[in-house]
Design a protein around this ligand. Structure first.
Ligand SMILES: *[C@@H]1O[C@H](CO)[C@@H](O)[C@H](O)[C@H]1NC(C)=O
Ligand SMILES: *[C@@H]1O[C@H](CO)[C@@H](O)[C@H](O)[C@H]1NC(C)=O
Ligand SMILES: *[C@@H]1O[C@H](CO)[C@@H](O)[C@H](O)[C@H]1NC(C)=O
Ligand SMILES: *[C@@H]1O[C@H](CO)[C@@H](O)[C@H](O)[C@H]1NC(C)=O
Ligand SMILES: *[C@@H]1O[C@H](CO)[C@@H](O)[C@H](O)[C@H]1NC(C)=O
Length: 313
């Protein structure tokens, strides 16, 4: 009886240490406003966030905290101590512009690596430009992207032979892997590509494991999924947040039941990893202040804009 109780206690301890929080909060970095259409919508706004990222994270079981641009380094360190994971969204920011998206991600990525080095679990999911900038930063800010063209194109992933030997796909539903590898469900919208050739050339193959590749409209091969070999950091060149939440017809975002189901894998992975982080906000009031719930999205799909709904800041 006692040994049974003891076993039970040990198992509970193991389970609780695996799940450091059941109320994860994901920090999402805002984006600079580059497009004139957004400027005309709200001349005084300086940043935006597509609501699809927020919805995808919330649907996977986490709250969303806003990470602002143009703040002091201490702001980014401080918010990182309080969230359980990061999502770096796509967009069209320039990497050498000070005080914007690139600078915020630089501080966050650098600190995240340090936290993970100290076994302070902190996952990142980088999507499209968010993926590109993670690789760019690990290349010490040296440009390694090639120009390419993969816009409004849906593709099946070309998995690497050992792709299942990965943090991202190890526990995946085999049906999702079948969908991802056989159906054109990943939504591509990018003019830059990162190749395996450059990853090797710059010595980054020691840092990153390529899980899948694809080809652009001219047959130029690019990396479509990577993960860090050392930390819970994943990058995808495609947009899994668009399948369920972005409806602009000319984007050709795949909306089949299988596309919706398989896109959830990436957010489920992020939240699964975030549950292993024991970070929490300094107070409930501080958490409330930082949550996206303080803001209202605009319905921009009706204006034929790229995003169905977006937040302006
Ligand atoms: C934008 O800012 C200017 C200067 O502060 C102000 O006069 C104007 O009313 C603002 N416009 C809007 C739409 O808020
Ligand atoms: C973080 O910044 C420090 C100081 O600039 C640098 O030495 C280190 O390589 C950076 N880490 C990463 C992962 O870029
Ligand atoms: C969280 O985990 C880190 C790393 O294991 C540890 O140093 C820290 O004390 C923990 N914090 C809390 C609040 O449990
Ligand atoms: C490699 O990176 C350079 C920039 O440093 C870029 O101009 C070139 O197109 C890239 N080549 C490939 C094959 O990715
Ligand atoms: C919406 O925008 C797309 C291109 O972004 C264009 O092809 C389409 O004609 C537009 N539709 C309407 C109703 O304006």
């Amino acid at each position: 009886m006692i040994s049974l109780l003891l076993t039970h206690t040990i198992i509970s301890l193991m389970v609780s240490s695996l799940s450091a929080t059941e109320t994860p909060v994901i920090g999402i970095v805002l984006h600079e406003i580059m497009r004139d259409t957004l400027k005309s919508l709200s001349p005084n706004s300086t940043a935006y966030l597509a609501a699809s990222y927020v919805k995808a994270v919330e649907a996977a079981g986490a709250k969303v905290a806003v990470i602002k641009l143009g703040e002091e380094e201490s702001y980014y360190r401080n918010i990182l101590k309080q969230v359980n994971g990061l999502l770096i969204p796509g967009g069209d920011a320039e990497f050498d512009k000070p005080n914007g998206y690139a600078n915020a991600v630089k501080v966050l990525y650098n600190e995240t690596v340090k936290l993970n080095e100290k076994n302070d679990h902190m996952p990142i999911l980088g999507i499209c430009l968010g993926f590109e900038i993670l690789i760019h930063l690990s290349n010490k800010g040296k440009e390694l992207r090639a120009d390419c063209n993969s816009n409004s194109v849906a593709l099946p992933l070309q998995f690497k032979p050992d792709f299942e030997d990965s943090n991202l796909f190890r526990d995946a539903d085999p049906y999702i892997l079948q969908i991802l590898s056989t159906q054109p469900v990943t939504s591509n919208h990018h003019d830059y590509c990162i190749t395996e050739k450059n990853l090797t050339k710059f010595g980054l193959d020691k840092e990153w494991k390529v899980l899948s590749t694809n080809e652009d409209e001219n047959g130029f091969e690019f990396i479509s999924t990577v993960e860090s070999k050392h930390y819970p950091i994943v990058g995808v060149q495609y947009h899994p947040e668009k399948n369920a939440y972005e409806w602009k017809e000319s984007q050709n975002n795949p909306h089949s039941a299988d596309a919706i189901y398989s896109a959830r894998l990436f957010f489920d992975w992020l939240i699964k990893e975030a549950r292993k982080s024991n970070h929490s906000f300094d107070s409930l009031e501080t958490q409330y202040e930082n949550l996206i719930n303080n803001y209202k999205p605009l319905y921009t799909g009706r204006l034929n804009m790229t995003f169905e709904e977006l937040y302006l800041f």
